[in-house]
Design a protein around this ligand. Structure first.
Ligand code: UT7
Length: 339
């Protein structure tokens, strides 16, 4: 799917940004004390140094509320017309988590729903919110990406346990002009359900119900075919980025900041090489938080804002790949934002 940029009267403009990481930090050495891995392997193969993880009584909704309230504060608004939560780790399989998040943010009564596209979830949710604004249905949207993958990965499975971390990030979108800073450019989104087994939890859905079966069965855990995912992530993010750039009328060399889904430093570097965007323009946050799934792009944006890497006027390219398989990209010129 792609949306034409030209001719759109109302654009969705990024007006606020916030993020939150749970306080508990797990370094590579702590993992190496528990499973057969090493700080050196994790750093050189992924770029990750540490990740934050939730405590047992901290569901995804808590992460989402913390990030959402910071985004509302950054936008200087107490209210929005709709709350969209991207997550693959909802508090419960049913109902969606977004209504609870909206309620805890003092937004009871507002429409609120979850978007499920795993690590591409934030871009899908952003496109959904932008579409609602573009159609004239709403003026302001809170888009949150929040995930607690530590609750679904097998803590003893080294290829996934070392990669993922928990966290949340959020933006407030408001109706505005397509030419103003912060206006989201055209979206390029895609999916390929023939790859449903690439990144998956097999049990627990309607296909393999786990009712009255032990929750500890191995197919209840998250599983990922790592190498294949790596290659597809690079290919699809490159393609989606090229399409989004072409639709925005930008050349790759004009990209000031490249914000990729923070899956693996080697993936980010491969994309920057293929697009011919210098590596210094990559916003990198995964060393501090690992792969936070739907939260990774807004967390990277908030990190880039705090470090001064994202400055008003910078041309920013966002791209993601995730389970489904799903992928996407969009562009924006960085606006003036309060933290
Ligand atoms: O978020 C959605 C998108 N996700 C991604 O894009 C993730 C993409 N995939 C990756 O980032 C990488 O594939 C991983 C980080 C998951 C794995 O790294 P890799 O370099 O692809 O490793 P591999 O799976 O090819 O395994 C190479 C070796 C194997 O050992 P042998 O068979 O060669 O003896 C693994 O058992 O590395 C071993 N290995 C580990 N060794 C130490 C796998 N995980 C670990 C580990 N520590 N944590």
């Amino acid at each position: 799917m792609s949306t034409p940029h030209t001719g759109r009267v109302r654009a969705a403009v990024v007006a606020g940004l916030g993020s939150w990481l749970p306080p508990r930090v797990v370094g590579n050495d702590e993992l190496a004390g528990r499973i057969d891995t090493s700080d050196e392997w994790i750093r050189t193969r992924t770029g990750i140094r540490r990740r934050h993880v939730v405590d047992p009584a901290m569901p995804t909704s808590r992460l989402a509320v913390e990030a959402g309230s910071r985004a509302l504060e950054s936008a200087g608004v107490p209210d929005v017309d709709v709350v969209i939560l991207a997550t693959a780790t909802p508090d419960r399989r049913c109902p969606a988590t977004a209504p609870l998040v909206a309620h805890r943010l003092g937004l009871t009564g507002r429409p609120a729903f979850d978007v499920s596209a795993v690590c591409t979830g934030f871009l899908y949710a952003l496109a959904t919110g932008a579409g609602m604004i573009g159609s004239g249905a709403v003026e302001r949207v809170l888009v949150i990406g929040a995930d607690a993958f530590s609750t679904i990965v097998d803590p003893l499975e080294r290829s996934t346990a070392v990669v993922f971390g928990d966290g949340a990030g959020a933006v407030v979108l408001r109706a505005g002009d397509p030419e103003e800073p912060g206006a989201l450019g055209p979206f390029v989104l895609g999916s390929d359900g023939s790859l449903a087994d690439l990144i998956t939890i097999r049990a627990g859905g309607s296909e393999h119900p786990t009712v009255e079966q032990p929750a500890s069965r191995p197919d209840s855990y998250f599983a990922m075919r790592g190498q294949e995912t790596f290659a597809l992530a690079v290919a699809r993010m490159e393609e989606a980025s090229r399409s989004a750039l072409a639709k925005a009328g930008w050349k790759p060399g004009q990209v000031d900041r490249l914000v990729c889904h923070q899956a693996n430093l080697r993936i980010l570097q491969a994309i920057s090489r293929r697009l011919d965007v210098p590596q210094e323009r990559l916003v990198v946050h995964l060393d501090l938080a690992g792969n936070t799934a739907a939260a990774s792009i807004p967390l990277a944006l908030d990190h880039g804002l705090s470090t001064g890497e994202l400055t008003p006027g910078a041309r920013v390219l966002l791209t993601a790949f995730g389970g489904g398989a799903t992928w996407g990209a969009t562009t924006l010129t960085w606006p003036e934002l309060k933290r």
